[in-house]
Ligand binder design. Structure first.
Ligand code: SF4
Length: 318
């Protein structure tokens, strides 16, 4: 009889370990730590110019690879967002005043890094009358002045409840790519993106394409948040109805335990299946993989988009 507690102890020792509170990432998500000289140089430059990057603020898993190649996505209008989305690591609060030197600093960063293509994004600035649109315009103008060879991709907020003139001014400034992410399926907006409206985001992209058909439009979704496959297919259809050229899809990763949980790690094979469906739906370009992010390989993808448009025009003319 005396052996029973000992047996229980041994059984407990041999039992499988309890599931750790933090989900283990599958092997296909593993990335290299950022240690290269290129990474440190990019970091120093951003600090010296007082520029924030979404790479750091959003804890992007690709930072080691991108910064080694001197690809950084600049985040203008400060580092504090007026919204609190459940997936996003950018800090929330009352932002500081807009930095008037920021546009020139972005242009200096593009020149110093020798960028052929730059991606500029921002926090949401619901506190500003134009949502920060005029700062995007100034950044585009500064880049055109100082580094005319650099192509410009902007990844903007939704400018919800702002006048149409805000977005029109950005279109007028002439970015090469206008990106705005839908992020997830409409059913999950109330929990994942509570400050935004799915159809408002879609309308924004539709109006960019209608007003300036030559500007490439781009949008992205994260998967792994509990969406259903058919819901993702519907988002693709909605995007095509809005004339969106380029779809990006990546795995959602929980930045901290306070953020929305990962409901599923979508396999690389499932990403390939999504990509095949999206291509069949007529996107000019599709990037879908676990580590795809809006700005991941954006320069190479811009060239692919240009080539795809030329091929499309040749097909329709021939
Ligand atoms: S994928 Fe985009 S956000 Fe992530 S590190 Fe690269 S440039 Fe930065």
């Amino acid at each position: 009889m005396a052996s029973r507690p000992a047996n229980r102890y041994l059984a407990a020792m041999n039992a499988p370990a309890a599931v750790p509170p933090k989900q283990r990432k599958p092997d296909w998500i593993r990335v290299k730590a950022p240690v290269s000289e290129g990474y440190h140089k990019t970091r120093r430059l951003m600090r010296d110019l007082n520029l924030a990057t979404v790479c750091e603020e959003a804890a992007c898993p690709n930072i080691g690879e991108c910064w080694t190649k001197k690809h950084a996505t600049v985040m203008i209008l400060g580092d504090t967002c007026t919204r609190a989305c459940a997936f996003c690591n950018v800090k929330t609060g009352m932002p500081r005043a807009v930095d008037p030197l920021e546009p020139e600093h972005v242009a200096v960063a593009a020149a110093e890094l020798g960028l052929e293509h730059i991606v500029v994004t921002s926090v949401d600035r619901d506190d500003l009358p134009d949502g920060g649109a005029s700062q995007f315009v100034k950044v585009i103008q500064a880049l055109r002045r100082n580094t005319p060879g650099t192509t410009i991709e902007i990844l903007t907020p939704d400018f919800r409840n702002k006048s149409e003139a805000a977005v029109e001014a950005i279109i007028e400034a002439g970015p090469d790519v206008y990106n705005h992410n839908l992020e997830t399926v409409p059913r999950l907006y109330p929990t994942i993106r509570p400050g935004a409206r799915y159809y408002a985001s879609l309308r924004l992209l539709e109006s960019v394409k209608r007003k300036a058909p030559h500007i490439f439009t781009k949008s992205g979704v994260m998967v792994g948040l509990g969406e259903q496959r058919l819901e993702v297919h519907q988002v693709m259809d909605d995007m095509r109805s809005a004339g969106i050229d380029f779809l990006t899809m990546g795995q959602y990763l929980q930045p901290t335990p306070r953020h929305a949980k990962v409901e599923e790690f979508v396999t690389p094979k499932a990403f390939d299946a999504y990509a095949a469906i999206a291509r069949a739906k007529g996107f000019l370009l599709v990037a879908a993989s676990p580590l795809t992010r809006s700005s991941y390989h954006a320069g190479d993808d811009f060239k692919k988009m240009q080539a795809a448009r030329v091929a499309q025009l040749e097909r329709s003319n021939g």
